[in-house]
Ligand binder design. Sequence first.
Ligand code: FES
Length: 206
Amino acid sequence: MSDSILPEDPARRAALITTCAAGAAGSAAVIWPFLKSMRPSERALAAGAPVEVDITGMAPGEMKRVEWRGKPVWVVRRTPEMLQAVKKYDAQVADPDSKRTAYPTPAYARNEYRSIKPEYLVVVGICTHLGCSPTDKFQVGPQPSLPDDWAGGFFCPCHGSIFDLAGRVFSNMPAPDNLEVPPHTYLSDSKILVGTDAEQVGKDTA
Ligand code: FES
């Protein structure tokens, strides 16, 4: 008796092989369009690759949300007033110069506004306390859970941590650190690449 799982009858073997081949071709025909149908950003996410953010047409004060390696990343186009608000909070935040190292701020964002270009903030939207996602609170003025002189920022509803418009945590909050600034760079005036640094871009695409 043969060890093969195929039938010994030559006619039946041929018929079975033909059927399997047709089935495999059919499966490929189903899978390929499915993979092709994934948008580039979805394929990049699946691989954990850097993600491009198109900032064309973002209005002043607008926030865009993208996903990078399963994490929410926020891009905020800050107005001059929002940048003033960052300055205003220098004395009230726990780590004004982003010197702490639990979530190291890249060297190119270790500056007054924690960004490459002051106009655009790029941060990971995950609270450094226990991982909730804060909400944007861009409306200025008194409101529940925020200081009366609120000038805009982010609020974590889980345990009440507040962050300014540079993602810096206020002093004496449950969250110990500023929001993380992910590695990122500008591909052009209208495109930010999140997930890699400028020096890395050439190597990534080499
Ligand atoms: S998880 Fe944000 S304050 Fe606790």
